[in-house]
Design a protein around this ligand. Sequence first.
Ligand SMILES: NC(=O)c1ccc[n+]([C@@H]2O[C@H](COP(=O)([O-])OP(=O)(O)OC[C@H]3O[C@@H](n4cnc5c(N)ncnc54)[C@H](O)[C@@H]3O)[C@@H](O)[C@H]2O)c1
Length: 318
Amino acid sequence: MRVLVTGAAGFIGSTTAELLLSRGHEVVALDNLSKGRFENVPSGASFIEGDCGDEELILKLGSFDACVHFAARIEPAQSVTNPEEFFANNVGSTFSLTQALVRSGVERFVFSSSAAVYGNQVEMPIGEDRLPAPESPYGQSKRMVEEGLHWMAQSGRLRAASLRYFNAAGGTRAHPERHVPEIHLIPIALDVVLGVSDHLDIFGDDYPTPDGTCIRDYVHVLDLAEAHILAIEVLDVHPELVVNLGSGVGYSNRQVVETVRKITGVDFDVRVAARRPGDPAVAVADIARAQSLLGWRPTHSALDAIVSDAWAAHQLTN
Ligand SMILES: NC(=O)c1ccc[n+]([C@@H]2O[C@H](COP(=O)([O-])OP(=O)(O)OC[C@H]3O[C@@H](n4cnc5c(N)ncnc54)[C@H](O)[C@@H]3O)[C@@H](O)[C@H]2O)c1
């Protein structure tokens, strides 16, 4: 297949591009480098520096068997203060992209959606049929794209899979998790281990959870990458898919901290800071649909394996 990967200089996009290449596919890697790092782009891919919302550029790239669309701004807190940037980049650019893809005859589109579409749910695990209730412009931007894709799929213009990732984590040595700013617990903790920062903040320890800290579902980026390839294939039989991707198991912030201490062998300073608005107490995926529809199994996503791989990758980038 010839596959367009947007956001290919980012964490999940670069890992997926690498996996596609290793399976013998041709990858055109597009990124505007607003957040990603050029060195993340796999050497076997053809790299195009540009914006996914640039329709003329996309049209010039020719046709593809599929597009996997990772490019987006990803910081929920920043989206609350600058919502217009998130809607322009995550929604506006995406619909310019889909317009160009339809004009180029591209039929399969895999979209990086997010558990953020669910907002603050009480009952766990969260299945795909749960009513979306995003609590940030970031989550709303993902939901708006899902809704647009639904209509495109209904009209037969584009086959679309919306993959709702829970907490992407882990990493490989070639493609470590490195966001700017970093907002994810495991790489922030690893920075403290390495002395890049002096302590780790946990946001709130008075949630209704066994140890009072938030519980999240971590999924290894290698498992995510695999799910994208499966989704491309399954779009041949299903014109529209909405699928959760998680491990199906939740870990509290404190459990993650303990795992980081165990894997690295380093104790470090952890402080409790104020809760962040919009943070749900618990977010754990029901992954039955991913298993049945995609035939997907998160084989790399045990927490110890995630932290070990993240640690191995993280040390190389400091
Ligand atoms: N990391 C997670 O835990 C997580 C969870 C749920 C969903 N997601 C989604 O997965 C996708 C990838 O996330 P990531 O963690 O790899 O983020 P990332 O920031 O590492 O990668 C995103 C990439 O997109 C690029 N980009 C942004 N806007 C662009 C545009 N308009 N045109 C071209 N390139 C653009 C950035 O430069 C960056 O390289 C995002 O859509 C994100 O919302 C991530």
